[in-house]
Design a binder for this molecule. Sequence first.
Ligand code: IPE
Ligand code: IPE
Ligand code: MG
Length: 257
Amino acid sequence: MDIIKDLFGQRERYVPMTADAFERLPRHVGIIMDGNGRWAKKNKLGVALGHRRGVETLREIIRHTDDLGIGALSIYAFSTENWNRSPEEVGALMQLILDFFASEIDELHEKNVRILILGEKDVFQPRQRETLIRAEERTRANTGLTLNICLNYGGRAEITRAARQIALDVQAGRLSPDAVDEKAVSDRLYTAGQPDVDLMIRTSGEMRLSNFLLWQCAYAEFLFPTVLWPEFTVKDYDEALLAFGGRERRFGGRLTP
Ligand code: IPE
Ligand code: IPE
Ligand code: MG
């Protein structure tokens, strides 16, 4: 993809991080990678090339998240609503997803990254589904970064699925209605056992959640950098992480009397 590299040029590198900033890093980062289509349009390229360039950004962001020792990263790769796009664009995205796993899985596994697919996998073609399941199985016992790749993901669908599982457990007598608390719901989400999202980043200047991690974002801090995802750099990411570290989180309480 030399044409794309030439267009993009040299990426800006890291922002130096102090020991204090390290202490204040989020435990779980969510990213809505938005703006691939606008980037392609701006550069007079097809939308598939925008998504391809977006995958390059993703590689760097995953690597940097791992280098910083952040525990969990959730990336929105394909929403339950993205099926409404043209068959050509959906096809291009599916191919990119397969390519991503083919090219990245060895390195991620080597780095002790645990991959989880968040979203209903049954809708995918067998070849694709197998790729996803194999990536999860191969990295299951890894203890480093948890990488949640959200595919055919919708926050409402996820909560609905948890409600259905609770109903089945109650019906079977495994769970009493009195025991249905927030933990019972959390435990049945795809993110069971993970901390809530601390920092949610959406690129391209759009300020909405678009059905992403609705439950897990209850007390997340939000940042909306205007840069389009294919142009989002590790430096932009570091700046977002530092801005997060400067936020005062109250969780409904009062810190200063
Ligand atoms: C986000 O970029 C990537 C996916 C939905 C997979 P978009 O394709 O939504 O980019 P814009 O919003 O059209 O610029
Ligand atoms: C959200 O972006 C989905 C992903 C980034 C995968 P969209 O571009 O699909 O969201 P809307 O349609 O602008 O809300
Ligand atoms: Mg978009």
